[in-house]
Ligand binder design. Structure first.
Ligand code: BES
Ligand code: ZN
Length: 456
């Protein structure tokens, strides 16, 4: 294994150049004009897998974006690790807020800036390079490795979910390894054991059959924007609780032990507030910030539009207004049940003067695992070795919907070994990833394969 670690040390510049090449491909899964780039990016990943010594690779076409599969199964009698990641990225807009263009990676102060630098190209590239370090030095890996990289994580992971059901044996493994989460803090080795789920809805409110002059009609008919704003305001009470009937019905309470673990992490509200330039944090009363982020469900409006939003002023009473509303879920909430409860409630609070249409977008189940699994223990040991510190265990506020499917279909433990930071601006302008974290990630992956090889 020492040889593999040394290989990383000696090839840092090469790895960075290759990562830059990966980051130059605008693989925005949500935008149809980037369909070609998605194919280009899948091919790039396949090429990198091959160069890393993963000889058997295949690109699977799907209804939307291709899946990249690879396997190296030369470690007879040793466990098999399935490495998952996503090569798609979020749209880079608003472009004017980027210091350097999103698909022209640049290094500043030890950070690589580009869309996807952290989420998730930088993080999945870690494992490709760890595999390469083994094959180029020892000619083999300590465990069997399979890769599955998808191009739809940022838009709901539908194709991979279908693929998983019909390709159970192809993806059969003893553990799934994923780097798509964050460190608790800079330099702190972290294993994540929980993700929130998601229900995403679009609410369209329609008033009059056409846009109207706000002088001739203002006061006579309902304004869909005013109505929608009022409806959204009704979704929370004065204590920050979501008002949808039944919303909290199945929410699993935090155990005393977990509350204590969270308390020991010593999270600083002041530091977060300072970093975000707000005077104070906000949210559901009666819970600490980490409890609210990791173990409480929330509801947020992600976007609202309607009427005139161009330059200057236009006196108009719009015909329609729309809001995109997401709910982050925790165990044991069910995304479909929550959607139904939301839809019923939002319709019930709409006045007769408007029509309301509610559409379900993508969703995903929440999850929290036990820390007693040997794969998770091997993961904790590996990151601790790479960072030279004791590992902390966290949950995340974000979602990776396919994780639940991996657990259900493959019946394998999932090791969430993330190397990002909450301050990396994922999904936002100036996304970046620390090169130091990247290389510590590569070491962690090498240590993990070594550690896990001894578990069977
Ligand atoms: N890498 C994130 C998940 C994540 C976010 C982990 C924040 C840790 C902290 C992932 O790429 C992501 O953004 N997931 C989406 C899923 C959704 C589109 C179904 C999310 O959480 O919004
Ligand atoms: Zn993301």
């Amino acid at each position: 294994m020492q040889e593999a670690l040394k290989y990383v040390e000696e090839n840092k510049e090469k790895f960075i150049e290759e990562l830059k090449e990966y980051l130059r491909i605008p693989s925005v899964s949500a935008a149809s004009e980037h369909k070609k780039n998605m194919i280009e990016c899948a091919k790039f990943v396949q090429r990198k897998l091959k160069e890393a010594g993963v000889k058997k690779t295949k690109i699977f076409k799907t209804e939307k974006h291709p899946l990249v599969y690879g396997e190296w199964l030369g470690a007879k009698g040793k466990p098999t690790v399935l490495i998952y990641g996503h090569y798609d990225v979020q749209p880079p807009e608003p472009l004017e807020l980027w210091t350097t263009p999103p698909f022209e990676p640049e290094i500043r102060n030890g950070q690589i800036y580009a869309r996807g630098a952290d989420d998730n190209k930088g993080q999945n590239f870690i494992h490709i390079k760890a595999v390469e370090a083994f094959t180029k030095t020892l000619g083999k890996l300590p465990v069997n490795v399979k890769f599955i990289l998808e191009g739809e994580e940022e838009v709901g992971s539908e194709s991979i979910a279908k693929f998983l059901k019909t390709n159970k044996s192809l993806l059969k493994c003893d553990a799934v390894l994923i780097s798509d989460t964050s460190l608790y803090d800079k330099g702190i080795p972290t294993i994540n054991y929980g993700l929130r789920g998601l229900t995403y809805a679009e609410v369209e409110v329609t008033g009059p059959n056409r846009d109207l002059h706000s002088g001739s009609y203002g006061g006579a008919v309902a304004n869909p924007i005013n109505v929608l704003a009022k409806m959204i305001a009704k979704l929370h009470d004065e204590n920050g609780k979501v008002t949808i009937p039944g919303f909290y019905k199945n929410v699993k309470k935090l155990s005393k032990k977990e509350k204590e673990l969270i308390r020991k992490l010593n999270f600083s509200d002041t530091k977060m507030a300072r970093d975000l330039k707000v005077r104070e944090l906000a949210g559901e009363k009666g819970f600490t910030t980490l409890e609210r982020l990791w173990a409480r469900p929330t509801l947020d409006c992600n976007g609202i539009y309607g009427g005139y939003t161009g330059e200057g002023a236009k006196t108009v009473l719009p015909s329609k207004a729309t809001a995109k509303i997401s709910m982050r879920l925790v165990p044991n909430q069910h995304p479909k049940e929550i959607f139904r409860a939301f839809s019923k409630y939002i319709k019930s609070i709409a006045p007769k003067s408007v029509k309301v249409k509610v559409t379900e977008m993508h969703g995903g189940f929440p999850i929290a695992f036990s820390l007693n699994d040997k794969a998770i223990k091997a993961g904790a040991k590996a990151v601790s070795k790479a960072f030279g510190k004791e590992t902390v265990f966290t949950r995340e506020g974000g979602s990776i919907p396919i994780v639940v499917d991996f657990v259900k279909v493959l019946k394998a433990p999932v090791v969430l070994m993330g190397f990002g930071l909450d301050s990396d601006n994922i999904h936002s302008p100036n996304e970046h990833f620390s090169l130091d974290s990247f290389f510590k990630g590569v070491y962690s992956s090498i240590y993990f394969m070594d550690e896990f090889s001894r578990s069977k």
